[in-house]
Design a binder for this molecule. Structure first.
Ligand code: KG4
Ligand code: ZN
Length: 347
């Protein structure tokens, strides 16, 4: 029988668990969002997140098994996020995974959350190495050359904020709930005049593969201030602005990927992962960039782009298939770059 892996994800504000098979079938993918717990504070509070993970983890793991119609004994592998992320939350998931591994006497893999995202396109698609990966989430904006499991070269990253942060902070300025990215995308769809506003294109003309988003956030703030009357911005104005921001971010991400593809023409595909990769405008723009370079564009469906346990189970399976196992003393790591020795290759 094919190997079945349990994947546990608790690095931010989603308590998630999934059962995935070595032949790429997702038997269950349970994601419990803590958004409601954090909403009153306007952002994720680490202590609240850790406690909420603790309250939810047993139920979420139980649901993942139940939905997959399997028992603990059917598992061949336990994988849990070991970092990077909010350390209290990471510890809850990691300790749960280790405890299950010890009790059930099953092999354990502590997964780098970023590797979970990086390999997620190989779970959803038959994607071969090497591929260029745009990893865009709430905390990261990177272009990586993925050459093998565990072999990632950082070729571009943000010099300030992450793309998701820019979506989230701009959404907040527009009075939208968090996480702001999907809300801003919904608002942008209502735009009557999406071409009305022009926002500055970051690092335009610069030959670097890096990103910058902080200027965009400032430009949004200025435009919103100018359009705000008695503390309110009209829905039509907000929608047109949301469309402008989405278009500019998508353009910036694609522009850097275009340059990266010029520098790494031997890749099999342009892939995208992470929460922002579920943005429709970004996907459409990246698809065109890849097509212009004669390459396929590969991105997992939305539910596998945002944080989930399936990508952690899958990264565990990929490492397991390489003969790797982790000892139960593997630490929880708040910081854990995918490329441990990044070389500045931008020109
Ligand atoms: O990968 P992810 O779920 O968590 C992290 O590892 O950070 O990414 C979350 C980020 C948030 O900033 C969220 O607003 C953004 O991804 N995001 C989106 C969309 N869905 C999620 N941004 C733009 N459009 C979306 N549809
Ligand atoms: Zn993530």
């Amino acid at each position: 029988m094919t190997l079945l892996a349990l994947g546990i994800e608790t690095s931010c504000d989603e308590t998630a668990a999934a059962i995935v098979s070595a032949d790429r079938k997702i038997l269950s993918n349970i994601v419990f969002s803590q958004i409601a717990d954090h909403a009153v504070h306007g952002g994720v509070v680490p202590e609240i997140a850790a406690r909420a993970h603790l309250n939810a983890i047993n139920r979420v793991v139980g649901e993942a098994l139940k939905k997959a119609s399997i028992a603990f004994d059917d598992l061949g592998l336990i994988a849990a996020t070991a970092g990077p992320g909010l350390i209290g939350g990471v510890m809850v998931g990691l300790m749960t995974g280790k405890a299950l591994s010890a009790q059930l006497n099953k092999p354990f893999i502590g997964v780098n959350h970023l590797e979970g995202h990086a390999l997620s396109p190989r779970l959803s698609h038959d994607l071969q190495f090497p591929y260029l990966l745009l990893l865009v989430s709430g905390g990261h904006s990177q272009i990586l050359l993925a050459e093998d499991v565990g072999k990632y070269t950082l070729v571009g990253s943000t010099i300030d904020d992450a793309a998701g942060e820019c979506f989230d902070k701009s959404a907040k300025l527009l009075g939208l709930p968090q996480p702001g990215g999907p809300e801003l995308e919904k608002l942008a769809k209502l735009a009557k005049n999406p071409a009305r506003f022009e926002l500055p294109r970051p690092l335009i003309g610069k030959k670097t593969l890096d990103f910058s988003f902080s200027g965009l956030k400032t430009a949004m703030r200025e435009k919103i201030d100018a359009l705000t009357v008695h503390g309110n911005i009209k829905r039509d104005d907000a929608a047109d602005l949301a469309a402008a921001l989405q278009k500019t971010i998508a353009g910036h991400l694609s522009d850097r990927c275009k340059r990266a593809l010029e520098q790494y023409p031997h890749v099999t595909a342009l892939a995208a992962a992470g929460g922002v990769a579920s943005n429709g405008a970004t996907r459409a723009s990246l698809e065109k960039t890849a097509a212009d370079a004669g390459l396929p564009f590969v991105a997992p469906p939305s539910a596998l782009c945002t944080d989930n346990g399936a990508m952690i189970a899958w990264a565990g399976i990929e490492r397991f298939n390489k003969g790797q196992r982790d000892a139960l003393d593997i630490p929880a790591r708040p910081r854990w770059p995918l490329d441990q020795n990044p070389v500045k290759v931008s020109v």
